[in-house]
Design a protein around this ligand. Structure first.
Ligand code: SF4
Length: 62
């Protein structure tokens, strides 16, 4: 599995960092998503983060 994050699309809602903190974080300045682990071991958490993200800024691919 691969995780991706598009900082240009992110609105800084923070759901991803709450649900999958090993995969997604937020920068200190704007609160936009930071990809912490592009090959997450916990796919379920990463998928849930994608489901909850309001902007469609993150994705996971097989
Ligand atoms: S949940 Fe989506 S909009 Fe919110 S910080 Fe994460 S990527 Fe950005």
């Amino acid at each position: 599995m691969r995780a991706e994050a598009d900082r240009a699309v992110c609105v800084g809602a923070g759901m991803c960092a709450l649900v999958a903190p090993a995969v997604f974080g937020q920068d200190d300045d704007e609160g936009r998503v930071v990809l912490l682990d592009a090959r997450p071991a916990d796919g379920a958490a990463a998928r849930e983060a994608v489901r909850l993200c309001p902007s469609g800024a993150i994705a996971v691919r097989a």
